[in-house]
Design a protein around this ligand. Structure first.
Ligand code: GLC
Length: 422
């Protein structure tokens, strides 16, 4: 990669950091059996049998504009589509294989339509691309040992990435997945990514080609990366990425807003998944949840978008995010008109309820901030937000408590029960 100054990098990453919330879309042949995107592997389906799904895959209701509108309504700012998942089926017009949507039943370049739709709705464009490929004859793992196999396979993958980075106009994110069976040296990832950046100078690349690149990808949990490192948590809405109608374990809007808040307080993003059906429709249940989250974000998004890694501790009435000099309390356990906040340093200038702008009374001494005059009951579900304006960036402070109370948990961003829910 060409050397880039911190300022240049900050500029390149700025939209992504502000965006905070994106839509992940897992869609491919696996949507037909409807048992998740690993079905080929989990059920040991032979390639010749699996390939036949491509003769059925003809998504008559595919309307990526509707996906993009939903994403926008949900408050999402970018979309990442599986251009090729582990099954090896290409949703774009790849010249390197016949296993594509263009050369089988659909006869459409589904990626091109996706890109046009994102652009039309003002969303940024992300391409997920699986390095692992269960369909390619050289993708079976021999490449780890056999240099000739590896060379052929790596050349194939590099050429596919080149197609994606060349034929679809500006691409904003390249989201690799599963580098099996090679390591970064085997994939020649440095060269691969240099090529991608050469073709797309503004590109943002994730860490799953074996090199760190621009951001980390905690999967299925929200864990902030080391300070200074960008990250994005990716999460399912039920328990599967690909379409799986028998999986009805949907997260509700409360859980999604909580995840968003957790990402926001750690200065990270949330990439939340939908798994469209074989006809191209996003399940109704997902749509309902996303619209509810979007409604909340329209009123309270100030507490989420563009927030920075919060250098404050934890509370047990909800969680806290920070943007500039404002501390946002995201409250789901409403305590009534009064609330006391300890262990935050900084001089308060004013307090308001975010959704309504209603002013809240505040009094402060050396150790505590006392809020009063707030509504009796939770004004807004699933979280009500109280915005506290400080003179400077609010920070965690130990206050004049006894030794025991000034002892802190390892990570002040986390409550002692975070991550102990198993
Ligand atoms: C995993 C899975 C995959 C999914 C991805 C999303 O690596 O293999 O099915 O696409 O995570 O992050």
């Amino acid at each position: 990669m060409k050397t880039e100054s911190k300022e240049q990098r900050d500029q390149r990453m700025a939209w992504w950091r502000d965006a905070t919330f994106g839509m992940f879309i897992h869609w491919g042949l696996y949507s037909i059996p409807g048992r998740g995107e690993w079905v080929m592997n989990r059920e040991n389906i032979p390639v010749e049998e699996y390939e036949k799904l491509a003769l059925q895959f003809n998504p008559r209701h595919y309307d990526p504009r509707a996906w993009a509108r939903l994403a926008r309504e949900a408050g999402m700012k970018y979309m990442v589509l599986t251009t090729k998942h582990h099954e090896g089926f290409c949703l774009w017009d790849s010249k390197l294989t016949d296993f594509t949507a263009v050369k089988t039943a659909a006869r459409r370049d589904l990626v091109k339509e996706f890109v046009d739709a994102c652009r039309a709705e003002g969303l940024k464009v992300g391409f997920y691309f699986s390095l692992m490929d269960w369909h390619h004859p050289d993708g079976d793992g021999r490449g780890a040992e056999d240099a000739a196999v590896r060379d052929r396979f790596v050349a194939f993958v590099h050429s596919q990435v080149r197609e994606l980075m060349t034929n679809y106009g500006k691409v904003d994110i390249l989201w690799y997945d599963v580098p099996w069976p090679c390591d970064a040296a085997g994939w020649r990832s440095a060269e691969l990514n240099a090529m991608a950046r050469d073709l797309q100078p503004h590109l943002i690349i994730n860490n799953r080609s074996g090199t760190p690149e621009d951001f980390g990808t905690p999967e299925g949990h929200v864990t902030a990366e080391a300070a200074g490192r960008d990250w994005e948590a990716c999460m399912t809405l039920n328990d599967n990425w690909g379409y799986y109608p028998a999986d009805t374990n949907w997260k509700n809007a409360h859980e999604v807003v909580k995840l968003l808040g957790e990402c926001a307080r750690g200065g990270g993003n949330l990439l939340l998944n939908v798994g469209p059906d074989p006809e191209g429709r996003i399940p109704e249940e997902s749509q309902v949840i996303l619209r509810e989250v979007g409604g909340w974000l329209r009123r309270n998004g100030e507490a989420i978008y563009g927030s920075q890694r919060a250098r404050v501790g934890w509370v047990n009435f909800g969680l806290m995010t920070v943007k500039g000099t404002t501390l946002y309390l995201l409250i789901d356990k409403w305590l009534g008109p009064e609330l006391t906040l300890g262990r935050i340093t900084g001089k308060v200038r004013g307090v308001r309820l975010l959704a309504t702008g209603q002013a809240v009374s505040v009094r402060q001494d050396d150790a505590r901030i006392f809020l009063s005059g707030m509504p009796e009951r939770l004004p807004e579900k699933p979280f009500s937000v109280v915005a506290i304006e400080f003179e400077d960036e609010p920070r965690h402070g130990s206050g004049p408590s006894c030794i025991w109370l000034t002892w802190e948990w390892g990570d002040p961003l986390k409550s002692p029960t975070d991550g102990k829910d198993a």
